[in-house]
Structures are given as structure tokens and as C-alpha cells.
Ligand binder design. Structure first.
Ligand SMILES: O=c1cc[nH]c(=O)[nH]1
Length: 443
């Protein structure tokens, strides 16, 4: 059992004194003094809920409230990870990517799925991933689930079981995943929609330039509206400037009056090709994306790993999409973990601090930091509908991550492996699952 660097008392009422909070994530008095987009505050926790956020040192000691001195330690709300692949995670020991490319990943995953993805295999790997995410301080996750016809009735029931098992620790959502060419196959959408209604989840697919793209999108939008399902797409995951399915999705959303459907914002992930297009084309597309009300999630670690990879040639581009330009147009933007230890990304552990740290470096979430911390917390909570998550303020759950670092440079220079994760006002065990627990899947 390990619970990080902070000695948190088992107490109904305590006050985190001298916490440093990202200003963009705090619901507190407007008078909280800010420096470097951080505020110094005291956070009162009562019965597992944040009862007050006050400027540091302004509230006198109260009987029955135990002081916990943070001496500037940073406090985040628990993270929200809007785009993962729990069903695929950790297959690397038996399914590596031969060349680190996207086609290499597709082929390796396809073969592994066909050979090994029984309910037991999927459950074991998903459970492992959830344990890691929980220990790192994540409270809500949306996963995509590979949903080719033969896999649907294996993976979706497992997901539904785990959603119940993890209720109260990690809020779980899922979205279906297949290529646009599979989505147009006769009977596919009917089968998928029936499974989503049975198990709960949203509709999605991978969009790329295919003759099936326009009819496929039309069919998916119709099916989603009829069945009342949210939409979440993998979009243009390539550096080919000719890939423009993002614009077609935005146009379909406008045509289908999606913003009036009451089904939340459509989420579009990746959108890498945008960074290879000229400014005029980018502007035309982003105007449409803003008008359609889409929300965008970038996957900085996976995109950097897969994109611009040519054997023997040094990568020159980062592979991520244009989050700064999107944010300037009012488009909600997020970052998320994506794949973990599978052929789409050989590394990763569903640690959203790592994702945020890498996003800071790859996407320049700094100088100033401004409201970029929202991209891993409040924005995915709002976009995906994880109510009450991603902010710290009176009434929010005392689901907090306390880091030893006191400033952005201290926080992001080290992995903060000794963080303390507080759930419902109590420190949890932050011991990570041992990789050896998975060995039975391939030995
Ligand atoms: O990045 C991607 C794209 C498709 N499928 C994945 O698992 N990851």
C-alpha cells in the first residue's frame, strides 16, 4: 500500500492549507490572488466534498477541522481522459508494431484481435489499465472499443460489466470503433446500434478518404439521430494534406442540425492532416468545425509516435492537430491518453499528468499556461458529460490529486510518482499494477 508523499488524516473535516491550484480550474472567490495562472488557496473538505476554497491563510483555525499543510503543493481535480482504447491496451508483449507506422499498427492489432481477444483476455487487460488510471488520479474515462462484427458481442458485455464494477471509482463511457468501410457494410449499423442500446455507449468510426466516406457519414448520422446516440470519430489520422474528412463531418453535423439534437457535442479525435494543409484550407475547415459545434481531442503521444515516421529518416513534424487555432475560434479542445502499450503506441500508462506534460512540450501549452489545464480536466468533463468533474470548488467532490511540485516548472519537470490521490476525501492506494499480473495472457 502506498498513498504518496502527503500524510492525509482519516478525518471527516480537514483543510488543505497553502495549496497551489491551476487558476483555470477553480470555482472560488474572484479575489483569489493569481500568479503565473496559479492561485494559492486553502481547500476545506467536509464529508468527501469540497466545502470551500478561500485565499490562503485568510480563514482562522476552526474546531474539528484538521489542518493539512501543503506548503505550496499543487492540487488538481482528478483527471478526465476523453479518448482511450482500454480493450486494446497492453497487448504489446504478444503484438508489437514491426515498423512503428499506422498500417503496421492496424495489421498487428487485427491479427492479435482475431487470435486472442476472448472476454477473459479483454477483461484482464481492461482491468489492468483501469487500476493504473485510478492510481494515477483519473476519475472518468471514455474508451473506444474495436467493433468489427465478430468482436461486438465479446468486448461490449465486458465493458458493461466493468463499468458497473468500477462505478464510484472511474466513471466509464464507450464509443464503437470500426473503419468507415466496415460501417457501410449491409446490416452493420443495425447490429452496432442494437449492441449500443443493450450495453450503453456511443457510435463512432474511423474516417479517411474513401469512396464510402460520404454515404457512410450520412448513414451514421441518420442512425445516431434515430437511436439518440452520441457521436465520436477518429478523423484524418495521417499527414496527407488531401485528407479532409473533418470538413465533411462538420458539414454533415450542420446539415443534420446536430446542435439541436440534444445529444451533446460530436467529438473528433486526431485530425492530424490539418497541420499539413495551407492556411486558407485550415481556416475554411475550422470555421465549419466551430459552426457545427464539434469538440476536438488531440492525442499528442500517439500522434507523435505514429505520424511522420519513415524508416531511416528523422521525423520533422509533430503530428498533432491545431489546438491553438481551434481554441482561438472557441472550439472546445482536449488532450487524452489514446493507446497504451499496443501497436498504435508502444508506451503509456493512462497517466493524465504525463499526457498533460507531453502536451505542454509538444503543443506548447505554456508561456502563458492560461486555461490549457482545462484540456485534461474541465473541458472533457463538459464535452463528454461527466457531471461535476474537472473543477475544484464548493460542492465538487473531494477527488483531488496532490503533487509535490509547487509551480508549473516543478510539476512538469518530474513524473510526480509520489503524488497523493484523494477520492471522496480519503487518500487511496496509489500502487500501480505489476506487469507480471498480465504474463499469464502470453506465457
Ligand atoms: O490511434 C488509433 C487509431 C485507430 N485505432 C486505435 O486504436 N488507435
Amino acid at each position: 500500500m502506498g498513498s504518496g508523499f502527503l500524510a492525509l488524516p482519516e478525518a471527516r473535516r480537514f483543510r488543505l492549507q497553502g495549496a497551489t491550484l491551476p487558476a483555470a480550474l477553480v470555482d472560488g472567490p474572484a479575489t483569489l490572488p493569481q500568479r503565473d495562472d496559479l492561485v494559492r488557496a486553502d481547500v476545506l473538505v467536509v464529508d468527501g466534498v469540497v466545502a470551500a476554497v478561500d485565499a490562503a491563510g485568510t480563514v482562522a483555525a476552526e474546531p474539528g477541522v484538521i489542518p493539512v499543510v501543503l506548503d505550496g503543493a499543487m492540487v488538481f481535480p482528478c483527471f478526465v481522459d476523453a479518448h482511450t482504447h482500454l480493450d486494446k491496451g497492453h497487448i504489446w508483449p504478444r503484438a508489437s508494431n514491426p515498423d512503428g507506422t499506422f498500417p503496421g499498427a492496424l495489421a498487428a492489432v487485427g491479427a492479435d484481435r482475431a487470435a486472442h481477444w476472448t472476454a477473459e483476455d479483454v477483461r484482464a487487460r481492461m482491468s489492468f489499465a483501469l487500476k493504473a488510471a485510478y492510481a494515477h488520479g483519473t476519475a472518468a474515462i471514455r474508451t473506444h472499443i474495436d467493433s468489427i462484427p465478430a468482436q461486438i458481442d465479446i468486448s461490449w458485455p465486458v465493458f458493461a460489466e466493468l463499468r458497473e464494477e468500477w462505478r464510484g471509482r472511474i466513471d466509464l463511457q464507450a464509443s464503437s470503433l470500426c473503419g468507415i468501410d466496415v460501417a457501410v457494410e449491409a446490416g452493420y449499423l443495425d447490429q452496432m446500434v442494437a449492441a449500443l442500446k443493450r450495453h450503453g455507449g456511443g457510435l463512432g468510426c474511423v474516417t479517411y478518404m474513401s469512396p464510402n466516406l460520404a454515404p457512410g457519414l450520412e448513414a451514421i448520422f441518420r442512425a445516431a439521430r434515430e437511436a439518440g446516440l452520441p457521436l465520436d470519430f477518429h478523423v484524418d489520422e495521417t499527414m496527407d494534406p488531401g485528407a479532409h474528412s473533418l470538413r465533411l463531418i462538420a458539414e454533415a453535423a450542420i446539415r443534420h442540425r446536430w446542435s439541436e439534437a440534444g445529444l451533446g457535442r460530436i467529438v473528433v479525435g486526431h485530425c492530424c492532416s490539418l497541420s499539413a494543409q495551407d492556411d486558407d484550407e485550415v481556416r475554411r475547415t475550422l470555421d465549419r468545425v466551430a459552426e457545427a459545434g464539434l469538440a476536438v481531442v488531440s492525442l499528442p503521444m500517439c500522434n507523435m509516435y505514429l505520424q511522420d515516421r519513415v524508416a531511416g529518416r528523422t521525423p520533422r513534424r509533430r503530428g498533432v492537430t491545431l489546438l491553438h487555432e481551434m481554441r482561438a475560434l472557441g472550439i472546445p479542445v482536449m488532450v487524452a491518453s489514446d493507446n497504451t502499450r499496443d501497436p498504435f503506441y508502444a508506451y503509456g500508462d493512462l497517466d493524465m499528468l504525463e499526457t498533460y506534460r507531453e502536451a505542454t512540450r509538444i503543443l506548447h501549452f505554456d508561456h502563458p499556461v492560461g486555461d490549457w489545464p482545462r484540456a485534461a480536466t474541465a473541458t472533457p468533463a463538459e464535452v463528454c458529460g461527466f457531471a461535476g468533474r474537472g473543477r475544484i470548488g464548493p460542492g465538487s467532490p473531494a477527488d483531488l490529486v496532490v503533487f509535490r511540485g509547487r509551480s508549473w516548472t516543478e510539476l512538469l519537470s518530474r513524473p510526480q510518482s509520489d503524488r497523493t490521490v484523494i477520492r471522496n476525501g480519503r487518500a487511496i492506494d496509489t500502487t500501480l499494477p505489476d506487469y507480471r499480473d498480465l504474463d499469464r495472457l502470453w506465457s
